[in-house]
Design a binder for this molecule. Structure first.
Ligand SMILES: CC(C)(COP(=O)(O)OP(=O)(O)OC[C@H]1O[C@@H](n2cnc3c(N)ncnc32)[C@H](O)[C@@H]1OP(=O)(O)O)[C@@H](O)C(=O)NCCC(=O)NCCS
Length: 204
């Protein structure tokens, strides 16, 4: 039986994927809600995971995903991938352990997705694209062919990344943006064509 780390929005969406895929879920792992119940399932502390137990992280923030993955792996947990039965995953596409693929997602030919990646509902990832560890592609985004999304990068809802572009490590592509040039690491871009979000001026 699978444990889902995170009982917030993405965690509950992961439960929906598990239910649709016929995967049994034992409960949620979430320090904030431990001892309670969510969707009729018990919530335990992540540190309580027993060795050899399958887990999936249902949390949007890649930094939190990284910390939890380290903790759960150290406890002997087994990262497990969940794919909605109404997602399309091409035969040559590879998903590393711990990935979450929601309904309506389409992963095209020869895509590689690293550990704890997330492709949300109705998002598409084009042929030969490489998504490193903990990349997130939010609902309805379109990642074209031969794109490289470096680790911890996020592509917001409805955004488009043109073919062959690289989105740097921990960069964030805002909702609805169109990425026409490579995005530097740790940069947030918005708009069409996408441009870096100006830094917030200091408060006087
Ligand atoms: C890009 C993003 C991360 C910026 O968040 P933020 O740093 O909190 O930015 P703010 O909301 O303070 O907005 C700062 C400015 O950028 C603009 N802006 C924010 N997001 C934008 C976007 N996606 N496209 C165009 N402009 C945007 C705002 O209008 C604001 O402009 P202003 O200063 O002229 O009023 C966020 O807006 C975003 O797009 N997140 C993705 C949401 C998403 O896909 N959610 C899916 C969940 S399932």
């Amino acid at each position: 039986m699978l444990w889902i780390a995170g009982a917030g929005g993405v965690g509950r969406e992961a439960l929906d994927v598990a239910l649709a895929a016929g995967v049994g879920v034992a409960g949620f792992l979430d320090d904030r809600l431990a001892g309670g119940e969510v969707r009729g399932l018990p919530v335990a502390r992540p540190a309580a995971l027993a060795p050899g137990t399958p887990y999936l992280i249902g949390i949007a923030d890649p930094a939190v995903r990284a910390r939890l993955a380290a903790l759960l792996d150290a406890a002997g947990g087994v990262a497990t991938t969940l794919v909605h039965p109404r997602a399309i995953v091409a035969p040559e596409t590879e998903l590393a352990p711990g990935c979450l693929v929601m309904g309506g997602a389409h992963l095209s030919s020869s895509v590689r997705i690293g550990p704890h990646g997330q492709v949300h509902y109705n998002a598409t990832v084009g042929h030969d694209s490489r998504l490193d560890a903990r990349v997130s592609v939010y609902p309805g985004a379109n990642v074209s062919g031969s794109v490289h999304l470096a680790e911890d990068a996020t592509v917001g809802s409805g955004a488009v990344v043109l073919q062959g572009r690289t989105v740097g490590r921990a960069a964030f592509v805002g909702a609805g943006a169109v990425v026409t040039r490579d995005v530097p690491p740790a940069t947030t871009v918005v708009g069409a064509p996408a441009r870096p979000l100006p830094p917030t001026p200091p408060t006087p």
